[in-house]
Write a protein that binds this ligand. Structure first.
Ligand code: FES
Ligand SMILES: [Fe+2]
Length: 392
């Protein structure tokens, strides 16, 4: 699975988390890395350990060309080539034999993406919400102590909407004397899953709705291998689950909000990042909001859920399909083929539109306001601006 995961571009950090001339330690796919931005503003990713004697590059000196190890001053460029070994004799050929492990990095939509797989790297897919102009964006993050797969499986589990976010949320909130949204309570009459170019489209028909609703005709996709697209109307989101290692995941809630037709918003100088809280000071889960509930449901399965002890029912068809597709992609990669969703054609990559309901649950603006007030976006520094932008 690691070999498959390395065939996709993954976010290494939010752009604002790495200022020019600064570095940030990250752990991705079990590797300790340093994301830094040179003084020309270019982001790069290098192995945390210096190839000389292993000191961390995280406190290195960064200039216009690259990063210099703090210990003996060996200097590397973004490709990992060694530019200087200052303590060695002037004519030493040592630096020509030295290479630091480095990975290609690109920025898109306020995120720094990296590619950890074999050459040639595919294109970084330009999914619509990362590319659109005239919108307001923000990025929520949380570091979760569980394997990425159990979080992703939640993305193809439509029934939990009515139980976890419907009945359970109503139960928890009523105990606190708080109101709960009613639109999550509707029973799922029917769910459907279809493989498509970038993953799986998830569909539902809710009680009182029909197959003419966006929830069924459009649905929304799990985007291989670690993203979920959700939203409604002028609100578009990508939940991204970056495997830190086998038992940790960095969760991004990437959001893009569009103004009403004909309106313009000021370009953002930077896309802000905020933390999404999920644990109380006593260690218990925060379950009176939607995303906190999802986190509880995934993290409480344990660091790596034990699938030998689970019991799948017919309502778990989406999970079974996702697992099957992941294993098919592992086979493709082991045969030397590109996995699902690999983009190599620049013409295809101008902008890649993803399907997403326009009127989720046929609830109009009522859904938008509640989804912001009862979800991760309530913690955004832009919350009030977003509510105003969406007029809810
Ligand atoms: S350990 Fe990095 S230059 Fe010596
Ligand atoms: Fe959920």
């Amino acid at each position: 699975m690691g070999a498959l995961m390395r065939r996709y571009w993954l976010p290494a950090a939010a752009s604002v988390e790495v200022a020019p001339g600064s570095a940030r330690r990250v752990r991705i796919l079990g590797e300790d890395l340093v994301v830094y931005r040179d003084t020309q503003g270019r982001a790069a990713v290098i192995d945390e350990r210096c190839p000389h004697r292993g000191t961390s590059m995280a406190t290195g000196c960064i200039d216009a060309e690259g990063i210099r190890c703090p210990y003996h001053g060996w200097k590397f460029n973004a490709a990992g080539a060694c530019l200087e070994t200052p303590a060695e004799p002037e004519d030493s050929p040592l630096r020509t034999r030295v290479r630091a492990k480095a990975y290609p990095a690109e920025e898109l939509g306020g995120l720094i993406w990296l590619y950890m797989g074999p050459d040639p790297a595919p294109l970084l897919p330009r999914f619509d919400l990362f590319v659109w102009d005239n919108c307001v964006r923000d990025i929520g993050v949380a570091d979760l102590p569980c394997n990425w797969l159990q979080i992703m499986e939640n993305s193809v589990d439509p029934h939990h909407l009515e139980w976890l976010h419907g009945h359970h949320l109503a139960h928890v909130r009523s105990a606190k004397g708080q109101a709960a949204p009613t639109h999550y309570l509707r029973h799922h009459e029917k769910v459907g899953f279809d493989a498509f170019e970038f993953g799986i489209v998830k569909r539902r028909v809710l009680e009182g709705g029909s197959e003419a609703d966006d929830d069924w005709t459009i649905g929304h996709p799990l985007v291989f291998p670690v993203m979920l697209r959700v939203g409604s109307h002028r609100q578009h989101r990508m939940q991204i689950r970056v495997p830190v290692d086998d038992t940790n995941t960095r969760h991004y809630w990437y959001a893009c909000y569009q103004p009403a037709p004909g309106q313009r918003v000021e370009p953002q100088p930077a896309v802000p990042v905020y933390q999404v809280p999920w644990r109380n000071p006593d260690g218990s889960y925060i379950v009176h909001f939607v995303d906190g509930q999802d986190i509880m449901a995934c993290v409480s399965q344990g660091p790596i859920a034990d699938r030998t002890r689970e019991i799948l029912g017919s309502s778990d068809a989406g999970i079974a399909l996702y697992r099957r597709m992941l294993l098919e992609q592992v086979d493709r990669v082991s045969q030397g083929l590109d996995p699902l969703g690999t983009v190599r054609d620049p013409a295809r990559n101008t902008i890649i539109e993803l399907p997403q309901e326009r009127d989720k649950y046929r609830k109009g603006g009522a859904f938008l306001g509640e989804s912001i007030r009862m979800g991760h976006a309530q913690f955004s520094p832009l919350k009030e601006r977003i509510l105003e932008l969406l007029s809810v």
